[in-house]
Design a protein around this ligand. Structure first.
Ligand code: SAM
Length: 267
């Protein structure tokens, strides 16, 4: 599991040091499940994440019933409620894997009939040669290199021959720590999620990400570095008013998201 750094011990406390509960990935997302539910109003999702995922998944929406979707790090089902269901994907064709029990509970309640699995995407047991597309949004930046390789291997096995692996994650040149400092070194750092929680992230280069995918056997078909666009007003007015300063921050980066599409070759 994707552990955060270990807590300090009682003997540390005896020495009057500050003891801070540093949570695991699962209980971070448990505790903030309700806040994350509102994340479909965030400008980064509305202007960048949702359109990027829509571009990647559109060919599969067109294939119709029986096309099997696998969501890696599905949280409370934002992609399902915002994209898959409105595009006519049947709940029975959706499988999601998520490490936070509370998020899985919420996803099951929101999308009855879909298969939400409580598990770790690095080692969850999935049926082989089953899914037409495996996708992920804003999850792989939480994984270290070994975990990312494990997810790629696991996903490769679960996809049908000819199946697609498609994901969007934070661009490595837009990763900032909790104080807003740009991260320039590769490896782990702590950042702040927009819904107000500290999270561990891992910076790796675009070529390293691509090489890992290729190592497993995927053929990379598309790499897109996505810039934050000119904002429009089709956003919740309250969020638009309170998040305007974020637009300015995002707009200074040449790209804020990395999108990759890769294919498992036909045998
Ligand atoms: C930023 S949220 C994105 C959720 C969702 N993909 C979306 O865009 O709406 C990241 C999610 O990945 C989950 N996650 C992180 N590491 C995971 C792992 N190893 N296995 C399964 N889920 C994981 C977290 O619990 C969290 O719900």
């Amino acid at each position: 599991m994707n552990e955060m750094p270990k807590n300090k011990t009682n003997s540390d406390a005896d020495q009057n040091q500050v003891v801070r509960q540093v949570p695991t990935m699962a209980n971070v997302h448990d505790e903030f499940a309700e806040a994350f539910r509102e994340s479909n109003k965030l400008p980064t999702w509305v202007y960048v994440g949702r359109p990027a995922m829509e571009r990647l998944l559109a060919p599969f929406f067109a294939r119709g019933a029986g096309t099997k979707f696998l969501d890696l790090g599905s949280a409370s089902g934002r992609i399902e409620t915002d994209l898959l269901l409105p595009h006519g994907v049947a709940a029975r064709d959706i499988t999601g894997v998520e490490i936070s029990p509370r998020q899985v509970e919420m996803a099951k309640a929101r999308i009855p009939g879909a298969n939400f699995i409580l598990g770790d995407i690095t080692n969850v047991a999935l049926p082989s040669d089953t899914f037409d597309v495996a996708f992920s949004h804003m999850v792989f930046e939480h994984l270290d290199d070994e975990q990312f390789l494990a997810v790629c291997k696991n996903t490769y096995v679960a996809l049908k021959p000819g199946g697609t692996f498609a994901f969007v994650m934070t661009h490595p040149d837009r990763m900032v720590d909790i104080d807003g400092n740009l991260i320039k070194e590769y490896g782990p750092f702590t950042t702040m999620a927009p819904w107000g929680v500290e999270l561990r992230n891992w910076r790796r280069s675009i070529s390293q990400t691509i090489n890992t995918i290729k190592t497993v056997g995927f053929e990379v078909e598309l790499t897109e570095e996505i810039k934050f666009p000119e904002p429009t007003r089709d956003l919740d007015p309250k969020i638009y008013a309170t998040q305007m300063h974020n637009y300015m921050i995002f707009k200074k980066y040449p790209a804020i998201r990395l999108s990759i599409k890769a294919i498992k070759p036909e045998v």
